[in-house]
Every structure is written in C-alpha cells, then in structure tokens.
Design a protein around this ligand. Structure first.
Ligand code: 1PR
Length: 535
C-alpha cells in the first residue's frame, strides 16, 4: 500500500531537520509531518530527530501534548527512531541548563561530557560503536565509524542496561544507541554518517531489508581524525558562482584579464568529494563580508542541492553578521544563520564578526549575549557554531616587543627573528586587527564557539604543509576541536599535523580541486601511519 512508503516525522521546529528529510527522501520514502498528537498515533513509523536544547524541546512537547502521545506510542512498541536529542529526551532528566525533566521512559540522567580528562567537548566527529546486543538496525555496523556531534550523553547503568544496544568510548563509555522491540534511538546521526548511516536508516524504514547480515569486520576503535574538503565559493566576473582557490588569499589569475580563478562548480565538486570519502564538506562564501548572503540566493541554492545527495556534515561560512539592506530592512545574524541551516547546513562558520566580538569581550570582560556567536550558539547549540580564523604570521625579535602571545618559531623569520605572533584579519585577510589567533581562540571558546577552523594566510595555497607551530599553539590552548587548514600539498602533511599537534581534523582545498592527491590517498597514508580514519 502507499502507506508503506510514508514516514511520519516529528519536527517541533527547533532547528535543522533538513538533513534527515533529505536522507529519508533519498531512500525513496515520503514524509508526513506531525501536526497534532493524533498524527503520532496514526504513524506507521515515526522518526524523531531532536535538535536544539533539551529544555526547549521538552517545553514544546508538553505544551502541544506530544509528550503524552510519544510516551504512549513508545509504550505500545510501535516503530520509533529517535536521533541525538531524540534519544536523550527518552531519559528521566538532563543536566543541560537543568536539571530538566525528560519523558522518563528510560532510567537515567543525561549529563555533560567531562573535558577535564583531555577529551574535547563537544564530541564532534566519526567514532566507533561497540554493539552490545542485536539491535535490528545496526546489524553490520559494528566497528564502523558513525558521526556524532553533542556535548551531553547518557551513560550505562544496571537500571538501563536492558535498553542498550551499543556504546561508544570517548574518555568514558556512553550510550550510543538503544533498542527495545520496535523502539530504536541513536545518539549519533545516521543521516550524516555516509553509506553506513543510510543503511541504518534503510533497515529501520524497511525491516524486510533485514537479511541477517553478519557484522562486517572493520577496524574502527576510537574517534577518527577527520579529512575535510573545503570549497571557497564566490561569484566570478561573469556572475557565475564558482569554486575558486587563492594563493595566500589572492584568488585572481595573474593575467591581463585578472579573472577569478575557476576550479569548478560547487554542487558537483561537493558531491564528488562526498563520494571520494570526505568526512565533511565546507563552503566558504568568501565575499560574504561585502555581499549580503541572503541577497546571495545562489549560495543558498548550492546548499539545498548539495544536501540532497551529500550525507556527511556540511558547514557554510561567510557574511554571518547583523545587516541592514538598501531598503533599510534589518536582518540579525541569527536570521542569516537560520537561513543557512534551513537550506541544509549542519554548522555555520563565523570569521570577521567573531574577531570583533572577541576584541570587544577582551576589552570589556563582559559577555553581552548579543554577539552573533553567542546568539547562534544559544539557539542552535555551540556544536553548530564554528569560528574561522584567518591569521598572518608576524615575526618579532623579542617576545617582549608585543603584548600578545608569541611563540618560538621552528624556522627563523626573514631577518633572523626567532619569535612570531599570529595576527587575526577580517574581510578575507584584507585588514589586520590588533588581536592574535591565540587570544581570539580562547575568547571565542568562552563566547560559545564549538569548533575552530584554523587557517593561515602565509601557508594558504602554498602546498608546503600546515603551519604546525600555529596549530600546536591553538590546539593546546582550547578544549574545543580545532581543524587545521592551509598549506596541504601531500599526504605526509596530514600525518605530520596529526602527529605533532592536537588538531582533530585537517582541511584542504587546492590539492583536491587540482586532483593532485585524492582524498582516499590521504586516508590510506594516515592508516599506514597508524592514525585512525574513517574508511
Ligand atoms: O568573515 O565571516 O564573512 O567569513 C569569510 C570566510 O571566507 C572566512 O572563513 C575566510 O576564511 C574565508 N575567506 C575569505 N577570503 C578568502 C580568500 O581566500 N580570499 N578563504 C577566504 C579562506 C582559506 C581556507 C582554504 C585553506 C586551504 N580560504 O579555507 O580553503 O587555506 O587551502 P589550501 O589547501 O589550498 O592551502 P566572514
């Protein structure tokens, strides 16, 4: 019957559920949205992708009567799949801005990861599952990596043990999935876990496809280092949106025409990198600082099309700030970010505006709560907010010459300088600011950034390797994940940055665009060097 192809989705409007919609449609199913509690009772299978904060979600659920409908649906053992917060809400309570009461179906409290044991919070990235019982939908997923992004987690106990179908290790053992009868919930994101994740969804949506597969033998055992493909996007002089790539941020060809370098089409390249095994894809709208991004509909279109076929996390950056357009209409940075999320982004990245926010915070010592960084992370969670830093190396003879944090450099400056600091820039590297990357990183962590994308203008496009001095400095200074960027020219550069720094991920652009090194070759090299990656 036609009902067999319909999936009921509980979206209470708190954030981005476009990814799960895309994945369900990709698998050939139609979606019916829950409008009333009755729609829950009528569902033949219900997907509940919780997003946003625990308390806000519970508030909406109880105001609409969905809480009771959900409890009774689950108690009747009807087909259910909760994702991320959709798992956490099943527990008794959460410490997230709480304690806050949950649906109380599973014994236990959801608490925050402890970052004091050296594990970075949020837990972002591809981690391994330890399957503890027949889960029905996880079948052959043991020992594969799946994508997590969260700061809170439920932990196993004697009281909830019967529910647990898999756990994950991240400094401590936490609950990765539960199963009882037809009721499933996962802490990770199957809709962002590539083919492995799609197969989990497929088995839930179509239990007949469950042909008792034996668990595949994988090698996954812990959080993998991520390899990220980055697409710098802008409109060229003909008005087409293109992927470009600069040398030290200069994206023009040095010919008579001085045109913008064109390395391909954004949607096509993103799709290609997904197939090639990229763990994440980033789009940077590099002229967003001067062209208002909501006026830039092609970029939103790029996100919409890309997210239909790319099932790993997508980040978008460029132009996220408050803005007044030529008609005098005011847009808050939160509206800009919301539009990006609605169009398919899983994370947004803030560059220039985060520099101003950090400067202000360091000057006043006050967190106003009004900066784009604070507002967006409050609404969408800090795991959804990345800060992109565009620093330039400044050599000094004597560290006492500047008030900012300096480091001893591993190769001397042009005049024999032994020290350097890293000056933050805004507007695509065009303007230097009186703040260093070190000071910025620490400030934005306090303001709510969940991750740092660490570029380096000196190394960008040079293919000579990452700036290990800089990346070590920053990844040791903060406890949120740091993405190393700029300068990758060979697979060895990736192992170098992972061996010598605490970076969680490494990003490259030019070598992938010019097809000099395939993503797979980078991963094979890392594996050979005993660095865990997702295959
Ligand atoms: O300031 O919030 O509007 O954000 C603007 C964003 O655009 C920032 O994230 C900034 O890094 C980026 N951006 C601005 N101008 C440029 C440019 O190149 N002219 N690109 C630019 C930044 C740097 C990296 C690059 C790596 C790897 N691109 O993302 O992809 O350096 O390159 P490689 O592997 O080829 O060395 P806002």
């Amino acid at each position: 019957s036609s009902g067999d192809s319909v999936v009921t989705l509980l979206d209470y409007g708190a954030g981005n559920v476009r990814s799960i919609r895309n994945a369900i449609r990709f698998l050939g199913f139609d979606i019916k949205d829950v409008q009333t509690p009755q729609d829950i009772f009528n569902a033949s299978r219900l997907v509940f992708p919780g997003v946003g904060a625990f308390a806000a979600a519970m508030e909406v659920l109880s105001k609409t009567g969905m809480d009771e409908a959900l409890c009774s649906y689950i108690e009747k053992d009807r087909p259910f799949l909760g994702i991320c917060l959709g798992l956490q809400l099943l527990f008794e309570s959460s410490e997230e801005n709480g304690p806050v009461k949950g649906l109380g179906l599973i014994p236990g409290t959801v608490g925050r990861f402890d970052s004091s044991n050296g594990f970075r919070v949020p837990h972002i990235g591809w981690n391994a599952l330890q399957i503890t019982k027949d889960s029905g939908i996880l079948d052959d997923v043991g020992n594969h990596h799946v994508y997590f992004v969260h700061s809170y987690r439920a932990t196993p106990s004697d009281d909830n043990n019967e529910w647990i179908s898999s756990t994950c290790d991240y400094g401590e053992k936490f609950i990765a999935s539960i199963r009882r009868g037809n009721v499933h919930a996962v802490q990770f994101h199957p809709e962002k876990s590539g083919d492995v994740g799609l197969s989990i969804l497929r088995r839930f949506l179509n239990p007949k496809s469950n042909m008792a597969k034996k668990p595949g033998e994988g090698k996954a055992s812990k959080l993998a280092k991520r390899v990220i493909a980055c697409l710098d996007v802008r409109t060229n002089d003909k008005g087409d949106l293109v992927v470009t790539k600069g040398d030290q941020y200069d994206v023009r060809e040095h010919t008579k025409e001085n045109e913008v370098r064109n390395l391909g089409k954004p949607v096509d390249l993103a799709g290609q990198y997904y197939k090639d095994g990229a763990d994440e894809v980033s789009f940077l709208n590099i002229t967003g600082f001067r062209d208002f991004p909501l006026g830039d509909l092609p970029m939103l279109q790029v996100l919409r099309y890309t997210s239909e076929n790319v099932f790993v996390p997508l980040t978008v950056g460029g132009g996220i700030r408050d803005f007044t357009d030529s008609t005098g209409r005011y847009y808050s940075s939160l509206e800009v970010a919301s539009e990006y999320f609605r169009s398919g982004a899983d994370k947004i990245s803030i560059g220039s505006d985060a520099v101003y926010a950090a400067e202000e915070y360091l000057r006043t010592g006050v967190r106003t709560g009004k900066t784009s960084l604070e507002q967006i992370s409050r609404v969408y969670g800090n795991q959804a907010v990345m800060v992109s830093i565009d620093p330039r190396r400044v050599y000094v003879k004597d560290p006492n010459d500047v008030q900012l944090k300096t480091i001893r450099v591993s190769s001397l400056g042009p005049n024999g300088e032994e020290y350097a600091w890293y000056q933050c820039t805004v507007n695509g590297g065009r303007e230097g600011r009186p703040i260093g990357a070190y000071e910025l990183a620490k400030a934005v962590e306090e303001l709510g950034a969940g991750e740092i994308l660490l570029n380096c203008i000196d190394c960008d496009g040079q293919g000579k390797g990452f700036d290990v001095d800089l990346i070590k400095l920053i990844s040791d200074a903060v406890s949120i994940p740091v993405i190393a960027s700029s300068g990758a020219g060979a697979p060895e550069h990736f192992s170098e940055v992972f061996n010598k720094t605490n970076a969680s991920a490494a990003l490259a652009a030019g070598i992938f665009h010019r097809k000099e090194v395939p993503i797979q070759a980078v991963k094979e090299h890392l594996l050979k060097e005993d660095i865990e990656v997702r295959i």
